[in-house]
Design a protein around this ligand. Structure first.
Ligand SMILES: [Mg+2]
Length: 315
């Protein structure tokens, strides 16, 4: 298979569960051999002809495994690996060095930079394939565990742990890029009464339905909804001003009313939510933003529930 251009899409299928490998090598002939052999496996392959391109593609594609040459002009393989491991979003991608360098000190350096394996050229193709399969299987298991650790078992949306990490990251990002970051904290009104009257199964079901609605309203990949506590949810909206977040919150409030879940409360006919909205300013840390949204949620509750509150709104 000739490689006339770099970063060629070599497999038709990039969807589903087919694992994706990124090959980085400055010698096209080396890539040809690997592509031919690995194409026989059920693997999608992309290639990069330099360290720079490898980093770029890793960032865009988030491959499941990177086979990385060491000796390349420009950024060499060691430096590529180092930069990958420094980026929290890319650090989990396993890196296998594939190189003619075979001195002990070089191999040790590769591992110390965070590589999971080190394969010498010229290599035995069956052994290389076996190692690739084994690393891909491990990666799949790690991804599943990571997914489980981030997910709320009842509602299948992000859990508190995942939310806390995301909030921290988004606050840093918002400060770095001087972008607004909005947070909605919301709570199911009279949920204790609901549980008391209809039982915990019905209560769980109610939370699941509300979580589904909240999730369905997410507009961008960067938006996230999480189960924050028992009947409390959080919606994180990067690059969103207070005005936008208020509209969003109001839409969520209406959507829950429209679900028309019969309420236990004598005050309400259907289950409703109260929402507090806050937007981080340039110096606000995660805790302060959370407190600000929580204060507004308290205001919404105090003012009669089934409503949205933010600083200065309603006046
Ligand atoms: Mg090379």
């Amino acid at each position: 298979m000739p490689l006339t251009t770099s970063s060629t899409l070599l497999s038709a299928s990039t969807t589903g569960d087919t694992p994706l490998i990124l090959l980085v090598d400055d010698v096209p002939a080396n890539l040809d051999v690997l592509v031919d052999q690995l194409a026989q496996e059920n693997i999608d392959i992309r290639v990069a002809l330099s360290g720079e391109e490898g980093l770029q593609l890793a960032n865009i594609l988030r491959p499941d495994l990177i086979l990385l040459d060491i000796m390349m002009p420009g950024i060499d393989g060691y430096e590529v690996c180092k930069r990958l491991k420094l980026d929290p979003e890319l650090a989990d991608i396993p890196v296998v060095f594939l190189t003619a360098k075979d001195e002990e000190i070089e191999v040790e350096r590769g591992f110390s930079l965070g590589a999971v394996d080190y394969i010498h050229k010229p290599f035995s193709m069956p052994i290389l394939k076996a190692r690739v399969r084994s690393h891909l299987a491990l990666k799949r298991k790690n991804d599943m565990l990571e997914q489980l650790a981030c997910t709320d078992a009842l509602t299948q949306i992000a859990n508190r742990r995942h939310f806390d990490l995301s909030l921290k990251r988004e606050v840093q990002r918002a400060q770095r890029y001087k972008q607004p970051l909005s947070l909605i904290l919301l709570d199911v009104d009279f949920f204790k009464r609901y549980n008391d009257q209809f039982g915990h199964c019905a209560g769980d079901n109610c939370l699941q339905i509300i979580a589904t609605v909240l999730k369905a309203h997410l507009r961008r990949p960067s938006d996230m909804v999480a189960r924050y506590g028992g009947e409390e949810f959080a919606v994180l909206l990067p690059d969103t001003k207070l005005e936008g977040a208020l509209k969003y919150a109001e839409k969520l409030r209406q959507s829950v009313v429209e679900l028309a879940i019969p309420a236990a409360s004598a005050n309400n006919e259907v289950v409703t939510i109260s929402l507090g909205v806050a937007t981080a300013n340039a110096t606000m840390d995660a805790t302060t933003l959370l407190q600000a949204a929580d204060t507004q949620l308290y205001r919404a509750k105090h003012a009669g529930r089934n409503q949205v509150a933010a600083e200065g709104f309603p006046t």
